[in-house]
Write a protein that binds this ligand. Structure first.
Ligand SMILES: [Zn+2]
Length: 301
């Protein structure tokens, strides 16, 4: 590891004939250079203690990758070019949205026709080493990578006419005991970045997980749906916003991974089951209300 600090000779030499303004500019430039030199030293020491590796394949991120922006801050060039993007944000109808809407319809009962189709998109497929991106955020507090890929998801949604009118972004909540144990909710990290990109309000306080659910990871699709049925409910603040004059028209639910859609649909049903909203959903007419979902990753089915 080479620690090298380049200093311009002008940093310390006061050249004759320079005006005071030029001297001031020189001194400002020199302090900026000193700060960036210090940052370079810290970065080199940090790299020495904790080498930067690709989140997906584990390859060392060499000097060639330093200073790169976007996904290449956390992935090697090869994995960056291999990200299995779903491109679901371009499709009104895709496997994820079909599963999400079917579950909502089931939750509302077969005798009620659920009219407005909820959109659904994930940034990449949850497969191979790419699972590690969401795991790094969920289990290893890798907030920098989590924020970067969430912002990328937000940018993709912004590209699509389907998501441009989102006026409320809601993370899937954790039960308060689990949040206390983990210290954070990964869905909030994702939802905040997506909300920033869509310029929509973020609110974590409208829906709560009213009972502890078992982990969904080892359950089949029927068990998953049963496990989260009625697990979510609106808070007083959430009920108030649906009654008020600023009722959202398009709510976007955010989570880390979409498997069967059972969790996202159960969370959506907490809003849909509010009578005034349900009436607006069923008789869509001129005031369409919609609930969609966006996640970092989706299991390919
Ligand atoms: Zn890699």
């Amino acid at each position: 590891m080479l620690l090298r600090i380049d200093r311009s000779p002008q940093d310390s030499v006061d050249l004759p004939g320079k005006s005071p303004i030029i001297r001031k500019v020189s001194s400002a430039t020199s302090s900026v250079e000193q700060v960036s030199a210090k940052a370079a030293v810290f970065k080199s020491v940090a790299d020495l203690l904790m080498p930067r590796v690709c989140l997906v394949c584990g390859a060392m991120l060499g000097d060639g990758e330093e200073g790169n922006c976007g996904a290449e801050r956390f992935l090697c060039r090869r994995c960056t070019s291999d990200i299995p993007f779903t491109r679901f944000w371009k499709l009104r109808d895709n496997p994820m949205s079909r599963s999400f809407n079917d579950l909502i319809q089931k939750g509302m009962g077969e005798d009620v026709r659920y009219v407005p189709y909820g959109y659904a998109a994930a940034l990449y497929f949850y497969k191979d080493g790419f699972r590690e991106i969401s795991k790094a955020l969920k289990y290893r507090r890798h907030f920098a990578a989590g924020r970067l890929f969430s912002a990328m998801l937000g940018d993709k949604l912004l590209e699509s006419p389907l998501f441009r009118d989102v006026d409320l972004v809601v993370p899937v909540p954790l039960h308060w005991t689990r949040k206390l144990r983990r210290g954070y909710n990964q869905a909030e990290v994702i939802a905040k970045e997506v909300a920033k990109r869509l310029k929509a309000p973020f609110c974590a306080g409208y829906v709560k997980r009213s009972r502890i659910t078992h982990s969904q990871t080892k359950l089949g699709s029927e068990e998953r749906a049963h496990n989260v049925t009625d697990a979510f409910s609106l808070t007083a603040k959430g009920r108030a916003i649906l009654r008020g004059p600023c009722t959202p028209k398009h709510i976007l639910i955010c989570d880390d991974v979409f498997t069967t859609g059972a969790t996202a649909a159960a969370c959506a049903l907490a809003f849909i089951n509010v009578p005034a909203w349900q009436a607006a959903l069923i008789h869509a007419g001129h005031s369409v209300r919609r609930i969609s979902v966006a996640t970092l990753a989706a299991v390919e089915r």
